[in-house]
Design a protein around this ligand. Structure first.
Ligand SMILES: [Zn+2]
Length: 148
């Protein structure tokens, strides 16, 4: 059962140890676990052969439909998670991303070619504007490709 964590825990969500500094409490993980979580994302992307980056760094996978990985080019659960992950990263607001990510999936993510894609912050801001959401055009680039 997946749920959105709304309460800030004072314990690490990964190892359960108490968190001491405000940054860790905000993140829900201590520095060591945060590093491991990032490494897990990179490793999973290696396993599935799907690499999704934001400005060259691995995009954090917001797990909702597809714990096994991100995908694009069709209307399934991997593309749902990719749409949610991109919009959550771009908006910095999962509640807002929740409202439009399914439409983002059908309009955009499901249309991308199998081989790979690239989308700029300006393009995302423009799509959001069409949905009635004013978000600043951030200078970021999202990219997806298949490992060779
Ligand atoms: Zn921890």
């Amino acid at each position: 059962m997946l749920h959105v964590q709304t309460v800030k825990s004072s314990n690490c969500t990964r190892c359960g140890r108490p968190l001491r500094d405000p940054v860790s409490v905000q993140r829900g993980m201590g520095p060591v676990c945060a590093g491991r979580a990032k490494a897990d994302v990179a490793e999973r992307q290696q396993e599935t052969g799907v690499i999704v980056t934001v400005d060259g760094r691995p995009l954090e996978h917001v797990v909702r439909h597809s714990p096994t990985g991100l995908e694009w080019g069709y209307g399934g659960s991997g593309p749902s998670d990719l749409a949610l992950s991109i919009l959550t990263d771009y908006l910095g607001d999962q509640t807002l991303a929740d409202k439009v990510y399914q439409r983002f999936k059908s309009d955009v993510v499901s249309q991308w070619p199998y081989e790979g894609w690239r989308m700029t912050g300006a393009e995302i801001a423009e799509w959001l504007r069409d949905q009635g959401i004013e978000a600043p055009a951030r200078q970021v680039v999202y990219e997806g490709r298949r490992a060779a």
